[in-house]
Design a protein. Sequence first.
Length: 80
Amino acid sequence: METVKRQEISINGVSYYLDSLDEESQKSLNEIRIVDNEILRLSVLTNIAGVAKNSLLEKIDSKNSNFEEVKTAEPDYINQ
């Protein structure tokens, strides 16, 4: 006879058998999985956008010798 291992889920540090949760709780867990996947997807997109932004900034920076730089005034120091 083959023993079937029951799936467990941990919620707030307490482990439960997945099949013991009511239908509404199992539906909520499925929605949490969907949200977690969306967070992961958006995190990947954010990283890709960050890399693209840095690449564009480097492109601009590589041409900065052609730009006119803004001259800033020397800071005023208070005599102590």
